[in-house]
Design a protein around this ligand. Structure first.
Ligand SMILES: Cc1ncc(COP(=O)(O)O)c(C=O)c1O
Length: 388
């Protein structure tokens, strides 16, 4: 069959947006209530969202922030990462994992990954651990990073942007390291449009982030303006503006309530993709861990580029013509211009290979099985047409 990019009929009439959020009426009603409540910035709904997340994760402290990136930055800063310190991280991640290290004047040390899990390689960690002060472990796509037992050897920070439902063996993401940062960006498993959450057991770090996220002030704004306040407040340190708003938390509270239900829906789509695609000679499907739990955030396939006549960008364009959106997770950080200029001699073969091969298929709780069938049919049609 002819792909749409060659003049054939597109697989779908409407465009399947990659990472479309699954928003229900409860979120919409809560946002409207918030807008009418008289307080729309950081306030009671943020505190409820934090409390619910703390219970969900069974952690001592949870702090809502404007993004996962803000959380990673404040964790590193609060733990004393600064000029002269080295931080290990996989290069196969989103750029913000590395950017925050640069912002603090510290040095990122990029590590390669395991091909099967797309997560940082344990060998690479052990080879580099002596020279570093901290390690940021990314639970890529929701697959638990292999960092059991490392917390006693190095400052371990979890980039848990993809990992709300992840478990490493028996331990939930958010409790594996000294602190973790989650993302509620628009495409994530639970969303607040933009937003993040830090979890930690470290009371000192909690106290630092609580103050630093809102200008360094001793009192939250909504407490400064409430009926019992004397309006007095004081800057204890030069803080940032990294807080979440009640409008965003209004969405998050209901997204979090449905988290297991959404997980089950994504699991059905995941299993459908794997059953349909695992024996396809043009691609490699993603693995699940033997123990623990994958958060099923991203379904990342790898194209066997030597079996087809076109490159990945062409496949992405061809899928667009079929009305299917896809994503790339990721182009390794050390391949981006800024980092290439900074570290021109780094060579990480697995990260570089995967950077050219990966393609993320749509995977959200709002998708129907028919949507997933369209993705599979369009992908199979295109790959077969361009067989080498
Ligand atoms: C692995 C990883 N880390 C960090 C982030 C940053 O999250 P945020 O956009 O909430 O700052 C992302 C965002 O997509 C990500 O994929």
């Amino acid at each position: 069959m002819k792909p749409a990019i060659e003049g054939g009929h597109p697989q779908r009439k409407t465009f399947l947006v990659f990472g479309k959020p699954d928003i229900h009426n409860e979120e919409i009603e809560e946002v409207v209530k918030t807008l009418k409540s008289g307080w729309i910035s950081h306030g009671p709904r943020v505190e409820k969202f934090e409390q619910d997340f703390r219970h969900y994760k069974n952690v001592s402290y949870a702090l809502a922030l404007s993004s996962c990136t803000a959380g990673l930055f404040l964790i590193l800063k609060g733990l004393g990462i600064k000029e002269g310190k080295k931080v290990l991280l996989p290069s196969f991640t989103f750029v913000s994992t590395a950017n925050v290290i640069i912002h603090l004047g510290a040095e990122p040390v990029f590590l390669d990954i395991d091909e099967d899990t797309m997560n940082v390689s344990l060998d690479e960690i052990h080879k580099n651990m002596d020279k570093a002060h901290a390690l940021i472990a990314v639970h890529l796509a929701g697959y638990p990073a292999p960092v059991s037992g490392l917390k006693s050897k190095i400052l371990l920070i979890e980039d848990a942007a993809h990992a709300v439902e992840t478990y490493l063996d028996e331990t939930p993401a958010g409790k594996i390291g000294h602190a973790a940062s989650f993302s509620f960006y628009a495409t994530k498993n639970i969303t607040t449009a933009e937003g993040g959450m830090v979890t930690t057991e470290d009371e000192e770090l909690y106290n630092y982030i609580k103050i630093a996220r809102l200008h360094g002030l001793s009192k939250d704004a909504w407490k400064r303006y409430d009926a019992h306040s004397t309006n007095s407040y004081e800057a204890i340190l030069p803080g940032y503006k990294f807080n979440l708003t009640d409008i965003q938390a209004a969405i998050g509270i209901h997204q979090l309530k449905r988290i297991e239900d959404s997980y089950k829906k994504r699991k059905k789509i995941w299993e459908f993709y794997t059953n349909e695609l695992k024996d396809n000679k043009f691609i490699i499907t993603p693995n699940l861990p033997e123990r623990g739990r994958h958060a099923l955030h991203l379904y990342i396939i790898r194209l066997r580029l030597n079996t087809i006549k076109v490159d990945r960008s062409f496949i992405i364009q061809a899928l667009k013509h079929e009305n299917i959106g896809t994503g790339i997770h990721f182009k390794a950080v050390h391949l981006h211009k800024f980092y290439r200029n900074m570290f021109p001699h780094i060579h990480l073969p697995v990260s570089e290979k995967l950077s050219n091969e990966v393609l993320s298929l749509p995977l959200t709780a709002g998708m129907s099985l028919k949507d997933a069938q369209d993705v599979v049919s369009a992908l199979k049609k295109i790959l077969k047409y361009y067989e080498r």
